[in-house]
Write a protein that binds this ligand. Sequence first.
Ligand code: FJE
Ligand code: FE
Length: 314
Amino acid sequence: MPISEKSSSGNNNNNKRLVVKKLFAKQQHEGFGAVVRRSIGRFELRYFDPFLVLDEFSVSAPSGFPDHPHRGFETVTYMLEGEILHEDCEGHKGVIREGGLQWMTAGKGIVHSEMPSSNANGITHNKGLQLWINLSAKHKLVEPSYQEMESKDIAESEKDGVRVRVIAGEWNGVKSSICTRTPTMYLDFTLSPGSRISQPIPLHWNAFVYVLQGQGHFGDAKSQHLAATSHHLLILGLGGDRLEAWNNSDSGLPLRFILVGGEPIGEPMVQFGPFVMNTQEEIDETIDDFENFTNGFEKARHWKSQAASALGLF
Ligand code: FJE
Ligand code: FE
């Protein structure tokens, strides 16, 4: 990485976000035989307000994420390849297909199962990204809800060798229809060789890049930039209102990455696995509610997913 010049750091007219941390997401086991590359949410990076977890997952039947609860945040599942079947204790059920999205607000409580779908056209590795976004105290106990979009409904735009899928927020006048309780932007970029972006990010938002494919450079083209390849998370520093990124690799391959930003909530956060609240007391109440099927977990009492039943789990 070139050393930054004095003139380009500090509080002058340098308005570019620089990479302040680069982290390689190695594989770990989660759920039932599933493999995830966790970047946000692991020990070294427990919370990047408002983001709790970023997992790049890969599941092959019969592995997956059978019946488990959530409370106090949102999960955003974006499929890259294959399919995931989801079922919850309220009777909501469906398949997230390649390129499709599920934005789930767990709110006061949900128990669900997320498993590879059995008819994914012969694709055995079902891959995607799951992002956990925290909710502020005033939204933690809202009624659970879903926003779902098939691949064809996700706004897409292309300009000067840059293709963007707008998961949340806006790009070049193209807006996503997803409504975010915690203000969030989520863009999926593909840059053809030689192309570049200069993408606005709200000044005080926390933001990161996660590279999916190819090689790119991120930061300030003139002074301080960083090369990164797939499975790398790049934390962007504050003090700028845009990200510069370009595909200048010699490989001739496209560069694909997501850029995600969110307004920090700025509240205390206490996490116990799939429960995320503001205080330990609220976590204790949540465990009570889950064990006693109260305050949002009522329907979980007599529920078991079809996927778990078929596998003879629980
Ligand atoms: C969870 C362990 C888990 N990443 N990516 C503990 F694995 C999970 C969980 C997931 C998950 C599910 C999908 Cl579809 C994709 C994931 C973790 O379900 F919720 C807890 N508590
Ligand atoms: Fe889940």
